[in-house]
Design a protein around this ligand. Structure first.
Ligand code: HEM
Ligand code: HEM
Length: 213
């Protein structure tokens, strides 16, 4: 079995899957770390280290985001499964994820640079503070950061529920495709499968496909 790096119309490629699951773990980890670190008192051993780690991983998230956006734009997207209204919501939610993550990174940067401090990445290199000194910059950026991260996590929860609904209720391939399975064993690996709206359901090792024009 050959490993496919790029997406096809019936399947996500390895790069898209690694980026999706890797970033999902990173982002949930960042949310947990962020929530934990703001509660630490000055004498806690992690008082300085936790925000240092948070900022460093934040820059990794930013780099992966840019790469992922480029990858998404230069790859075919597997055709959506389910109803037309589901496709529309999913498409806009996926776009919103990119916008939210970018805004979270920018607001995080603005909290850090408010007093002219650069963002240090694991002590390897520093990203200079280019925007600093605005009135209440740290507080305003901090409020925005908190709101955006909370919104992202709520939407991620709904996104995961939708994936589970596809898997357990519709019994289609939406979730399995993000885990490396193809919805269509016949067209797997062929980038030129027809673009139609389909409901391909799984049942006891057989696959049934209903196509809507
Ligand atoms: C996906 C990426 C990120 C997530 C999910 C995230 C999440 C969070 C969360 C949940 C908090 C706690 C908010 C609160 O309850 O007050 C926080 C705080 C913070 N984050 Fe992030 N963050 C991300 C990226 C970044 C980046 C890229 C930076 C900086 C370059 C950054 C810098 C900070 C700072 C300095 C705080 C402390 C704010 C304060 O003291 O009130 N974050 N983050
Ligand atoms: C921080 C967490 C997450 C983020 C930011 C996120 C974001 C995204 C984005 C942007 C896409 C569109 C494809 C792409 O551009 O890569 C996508 C697809 C997908 N995600 Fe997530 N995701 C997260 C977590 C999860 C979780 C926890 C699950 C399942 C339990 C999940 C299941 C899926 C599935 C099944 C697809 C494919 C949808 C389709 O083919 O229409 N995601 N996700």
């Amino acid at each position: 079995m050959s490993i496919q790096l790029r997406n096809t119309q019936s399947k996500y490629g390895l790069i898209a899957m690694l980026l999706h699951w890797g970033m999902a773990i990173l982002i949930v980890g960042m949310f947990t770390l962020g929530t934990y670190m703001v509660e630490l008192d000055y004498y806690h051993p992690w008082y300085k280290q936790a925000p240092d780690l948070h900022r460093s991983f934040g820059v990794i998230v930013a780099g992966l985001m840019i790469y992922r956006l480029g990858w998404r734009l230069s790859n075919v997207r597997p055709r959506a499964l389910g109803e037309a209204w589901e496709h529309r919501i999913a498409t806009w939610l996926h776009r919103l994820f990119y916008v939210l993550i970018a805004a979270i990174v920018v607001s995080g940067y603005l909290i850090t640079t408010a007093d002219g401090q650069p963002v240090s990445v694991f002590n390897w290199f520093k990203i200079p503070a280019t925007i600093s000194g605005f009135d209440n910059q740290e507080d305003i950026a901090g409020e925005i950061h908190e709101w955006l991260t909370t919104t992202l996590i709520v939407l991620v929860f709904l996104h995961a529920l939708a994936a589970l609904k596809h898997h357990f209720i519709n019994r289609d391939y939406t979730l399995l495709r993000m885990l490396g399975k193809s919805d269509s064993p016949i067209t797997a690996g062929q980038p030129d499968a027809p673009m139609t709206s389909q409901r391909t359901t799984r049942s006891n090792n057989t696959t049934t496909t209903t196509t809507k024009e």
